[in-house]
Write a protein that binds this ligand. Sequence first.
Ligand code: SAM
Length: 349
Amino acid sequence: MTGLAEKLFTEHDLSDAELKALILTDDTAAENLLAERADEVRQKYYGKKVFLRGLIEMSSICRNDCYYCGIRRSNKNAERYRLTPDEIMECCDEGYKLGFRTFVMQGGEDAYYTDDVLCPIIGKIKGRYPDCAVTLSIGERSYESYERLKNAGADRYLLRHEAAADELYSKLHPDFMSLENRKRCLSDLKRLGYQVGAGFMVGAPYQTVEDIICDLRYMQELQPQMIGIGPFVPHRDTQFRDEKSGTAELTIRLLGIIRLMFPRVLLPATTALGTIAENGRERGLKTGCNVIMPNLSPAAVRRKYSLYDNKIYSGSEAAECCGEMRDLIARAGYEVSTERGDFVNTKEN
Ligand code: SAM
């Protein structure tokens, strides 16, 4: 099995059968080699740098109804909130002082945030902090909307494709949502020149290894600059409340595989990974991850952005505890970068 890790390291690709074997392996030597090679590749392009992204969870109001998500519209128990433009700006002011050079505005698909509302906010952030990148993660919109937001100054967009296999996508989402539209959004975003993030949950209900291979193949076509994967974690108010979480082991193996398939990609060690395993994010960093997204949202609303159970809200996750986050990164053997942390664009793969 170590041969497959080595082959992925040199060729950046494997056949479906080989990928399946590597994804499912329980061979510790192969896992160790995968982590070692993934780290070698991340260090080739990004050295020991870890980029921090200040996450502003701007709204828990969502018109969508993804079956796995705690803020889905039909969850009557979800506590809803929306940050005002001024509150978003205050998060950025605070984040800038803490050293963040990327602000990620993420939220449910909240109709309040029309282009007319968002564009001035983006313009204000870029005007006050021209050395910072603005990343949006506010779901599916029209080409025209993405274009207006880009023209207002947005640099990047995170939109996990969630599941590239039709059958799985439809088991995780209601009929009014479609994989076709999700993919349309991602290709529009790419066409408009955003740095784009795709991704999926690991261990989502019904997900098979073939589905995961389908996700990897889709991302090979799309060539996103960022890939967000984290374990599925059940939420008590969804129909998947009794499903098992994805495992840290599979998530970490996939992070290593992704780093070797997409050598220059920006790859976060996610909060969900830190939620299911105490040292999950450190292990992610040692297996190819180079991004951490601490929470910059006002403390009063953090608990309300409840996507899954037991999400870590404070301690090392909170931006105020930036020191702890730095310790976590140092413990893993890396260093916090104060750069914007854009995708490294070289011709070489
Ligand atoms: N509304 C935007 C969108 O759809 O891209 C951004 C917000 S959405 C809540 C952010 C991500 O949370 C989703 O892409 C999904 O993969 C993840 N997520 C939602 N529920 C989750 C769960 N139960 N376990 C793990 N991740 C979850």
